[in-house]
Design a protein around this ligand. Structure first.
Ligand code: HEM
Length: 529
């Protein structure tokens, strides 16, 4: 009976199990199928779309992403579907075009001077805007607090941060002319993966015309920002605009656009620069906003953990009045935020583990030879491999018996709890020792995520500052499952009937949003809390 659910059916293969259901259900099925195959690579069959080896073994993932990264790339299936939205972008390109973007992105986002500037100057400014929005929600909601979609708020916040990082532009209200078309286009682009006839259906159906318009709008938005940005750079170079005080403090590398212009020359095509910047913008915006949303979602279900984070962040800013006046960069001695607010960091790692913003990935053998994976699987030319951080994070083979449990403590060194353990090396199976191939949330190998450090910093600070100022409670209808201190579950009815659903599921899209958002009530914390 069990085997039946994982065997390909005649004509439809695994389609009915995997592709004709909700995204949550398809990931859950993939996880059960991986368990059924005991973590060995197995073949997913989707007639008319293709076949793919599903990998769970970290050694196989390492082979694809690192050892034989030269042999595996996005491939035809992914490129044909993604190219309209992500043409020229770093995630799709190879060779020199990729190198140029990687090097510009590295200079702009991953160098220590820019990271410090980011923490000291950029973050506080945008966090202030975020607090402004939540403050007014708290004010208008009475003692219970007004309901806001925290995921939407997180998207706005991440968008304004990356607008400044990528283009040095203050998006303000114009961000809605990008966000709407981009979000719709991303969902429809994702649907293409499950629709072998997408070219025909998009030609016939109104949704196709809508997609083309959305993509045009997204591109126009990018072109406009690049033109403005280039003009600004030109004026600065010619001494027509004086640098502002912030710029003088920076003395690091430039923003992304500036770095790209340096690599490619100022007169490079607007389209290439715009596509490249747009990809960085979306890579940074969606992933970090979703990571923050899932982190808070999990805290809402686990009040004891929420209290622990709150206690830690309070202790990190004593006395309380110091919050506003302290330089954020001074609070971290290095650009690694893990030494600072370790519990908050563990909470973020655990949310990334259980709800990775990129839940499933695909590559293809682009050589003309068969590649043998460490478990003996032969991947023939043109064959695909997929692996799912969402599935791997739930594997008992990688994470042990409590793999599916929310337990941020797994990330903390024993010394955190036990002073006697100070100076002891971390146990071999400790979560913090997992390799990037066991925990491929940020990808791994030469194409690993360029923004992982930046994202960490942004997430830790946003979480810390939010916890200090606001308290959130779930505001979606139905029974919300809370965990008691002892770890057993109890339920409490949420009062709002505007929203439906109990536990939140993953929504559609190229990344992993919370389906239908994260409705919460927001209350401002009292000074004494
Ligand atoms: C929690 C936050 C983030 C997560 C989970 C994440 C995850 C990932 C993943 C899985 C990939 C591989 C995608 C693929 O090739 O299919 C990737 C690539 C990338 N990410 Fe991130 N990312 C995050 C934040 C950021 C931020 C803030 C930036 C902005 C600077 C960024 C920039 C990039 C870039 C440029 C690549 C392409 C790297 C290449 O192909 O060489 N990411 N990221």
């Amino acid at each position: 009976q069990r085997a039946k659910a994982f065997r390909p059916l005649p004509l439809v293969g695994h389609f009915t199990w995997f592709a004709a259901v909700s995204r949550q259900k398809s990931l859950e099925w993939l996880k059960r199928a991986s368990d059924y195959h005991q973590g060995k690579s197995w073949k997913l069959e989707l007639p008319l779309i293709g076949q793919a080896w599903v990998l769970e073994d970290p050694a196989c993932v390492k082979h694809v992403l690192s050892t034989r990264h030269d042999a595996f790339a996005k491939g035809e299936l992914a490129t044909s579907r993604l190219a309209d939205l992500f043409e020229n972008s770093i995630i799709l390109t190879n060779g020199n075009t990729w190198k140029v973007q990687r090097s510009a992105g590295h200079a702009a986002f991953a160098n220590p001077i820019n990271l410090k500037y980011f923490v000291d100057r950029i973050l506080p400014k945008h966090l202030d805007k975020l607090f402004g929005e939540l403050d007014s929600a708290a004010e208008t909601g009475g003692h219970k607090g007004k309901v806001v979609d925290l995921q939407e708020v997180a998207y706005d916040y991440a968008m304004s941060v990356f607008g400044e990082l990528a283009y040095d532009s203050n998006f303000g209200k114009i961000s809605s002319s990008f966000a709407g078309p981009f979000d719709r286009a991303a969902i429809q682009t994702h649907e293409r993966f499950f629709n072998p006839l997408y070219r025909i259906t998009e030609f016939i159906l109104p949704s196709g015309a809508r997609l083309r318009k959305d993509i045009r709008d997204v591109k126009m938005f990018g072109d406009e920002l690049v033109r403005e940005g280039r003009d600004r750079l030109r004026r600065e170079e010619e001494g027509l605009d004086s640098e502002d005080e912030d710029e003088k403090d920076k003395q690091g590398k430039g923003i992304l656009l500036e770095e790209l212009v340096k690599e490619r020359g100022r007169d490079d095509q607007v389209r290439f620069l715009a596509d490249s910047c747009l990809n960085f913008l979306t890579a940074g915006r969606d992933t970090t906003a979703q990571a923050l949303s899932w982190t808070i979602y999990l805290l809402l279900l686990n009040p004891k953990t929420k209290e622990n984070v709150f206690n830690e962040v309070m202790a990190s800013v004593q006395p309380r009045e110091a919050v506003e006046s302290t330089s954020l960069a001074d609070l971290i001695s290095s650009t690694s935020p893990t030494a600072y607010c370790p519990y908050a960091n563990a909470v973020i790692s655990e949310a990334l583990r259980l709800h990775p913003p990129v839940p499933l990935e695909i590559h293809e053998n682009v050589t003309d030879e068969a590649i043998a994976l460490p478990d003996g699987t032969a991947v023939y030319p043109g064959e695909k491999v997929v692996w799912g951080p969402w599935v791997m994070s739930r594997s008992t083979r990688i994470w042990g018996e409590d793999a599916e449990e929310y337990r941020p403590e797994r990330w903390l060194a024993p010394a955190y709890w036990d002073p006697e353990a100070k100076g002891q090396p971390l146990p071999k199976d400790h979560a913090a020792r997992k390799t990037a191939f066991e925990f491929p949330v940020f990808h791994a190998g030469p194409r690993s995520c360029l923004g992982k450090q930046l994202a960490r910093i942004e997430l830790v600070f946003a979480l810390r500052e939010l916890m200090l100022r606001f308290d959130f409670s779930p505001a979606w209808q139905g029974s919300v499952i809370y965990r008691t201190n002892a770890g057993s579950a109890c339920t409490k009815d949420a009062e709002d009937d505007e929203y439906t659903g109990t536990l939140r599921e993953i929504g559609d899209g190229l990344t992993g949003p919370i389906k239908d958002g994260l409705p919460v009530r927001v209350r401002r914390r009292q000074k004494t809390q």
